[in-house]
Ligand binder design. Sequence first.
Ligand SMILES: Nc1ncnc2c1ncn2[C@@H]1O[C@H](COP(=O)(O)OP(=O)(O)OP(=O)(O)O)[C@@H](O)[C@H]1O
Length: 330
Amino acid sequence: MSAITLNQLSKTFEYYKKEPGLRKSFSNLFKREKLHKEAVIDLSFDINEGEIVGFLGPNGAGKTTTLKMLSGILHPSDGEASVLGYTPWERKKEFKRQFSIVMGQKNQLWWDLPASDSFELNKLIYDLDDTEYKRTLDELVELLGVSEQLHVQVRRLSLGERMKMELIASLLHRPKVILLDEPTIGLDIISQSKIRQFFKTYNKTYNTTILLTSHYMRDIEDLCSRTMIINHGQLVYDGDLKSVNDVIGSWKLLKIQLSAPVSELSLNGYGKIRSRSELEVVFELSKHDVLRKSKEILDHLPVIDFTIEDIPLEEGIAILYEKGGLPHAQ
Ligand SMILES: Nc1ncnc2c1ncn2[C@@H]1O[C@H](COP(=O)(O)OP(=O)(O)OP(=O)(O)O)[C@@H](O)[C@H]1O
């Protein structure tokens, strides 16, 4: 059964051009140029109950705008959407009781109070009965391992602990659909992994539908069997992550720090040079070659430090475009 359905959903923002300088700002008061930005264009998709879907795209692609429309924060310019049978922007009480949005960059907890006080407030807002509230809270606190921090002022918590409290606040009313916008942003690797594990267990236990945006490929890899990619407001891919990964994961970036500058000539023949400064070079290497080429580079150049990294998702998507390699592009 479908939990989220979008039918040609679009959002165009209208805003006024602001020119720099006091004089221009003053003249803008009388004569303003209206601009338009098509943030989301004719977006259509279906997400089934219990699915965890990754929603990817470069900066400014339209992900947050879509999530804001699905949560009823924004009205679309055109098109339709249904979440659990409700039109989100009608903001019906029954809809809000079954739905939650978590934005990694925004917080809902009271900064100067312990998280437990904010939870009590949510209990009242969602009109939860005492036993149900207590049971859910105990379970979430245990799953996330934050019993020690429950009564500590939120501003004294670490970023990871705070995020876990934010999650509890968003899940106390046991939503059936959760939109996660960058839930692991800024967290260290261990906290990221704990939060992923938590959502895996949570989804399995309650068959919750989750739409997740993240710039961290690991989040998507670990949690989502299906991935949608949006670019310039349009859906450009809807399918499994493996096909995307096969293309993006075919390259690695080898970043080296040099103890002394080297000539252009001595860098030739190892692989494509992505960027270069006096004492730092970034090579783009094929996954199959990365060990052999790295060894050659370390043997022949005055390397004092190096890292091997995945290609950032944004760049990976750009490469997919260049190579026309989006397998199920719509
Ligand atoms: N209120 C607004 N007025 C005008 N333009 C806007 C407004 N909000 C967003 N935009 C523009 O709409 C486009 C989509 O923005 P959106 O925040 O949805 O992107 P995103 O995919 O979430 O990006 P990121 O990964 O950087 O968060 C961007 O070009 C953005 O500048």
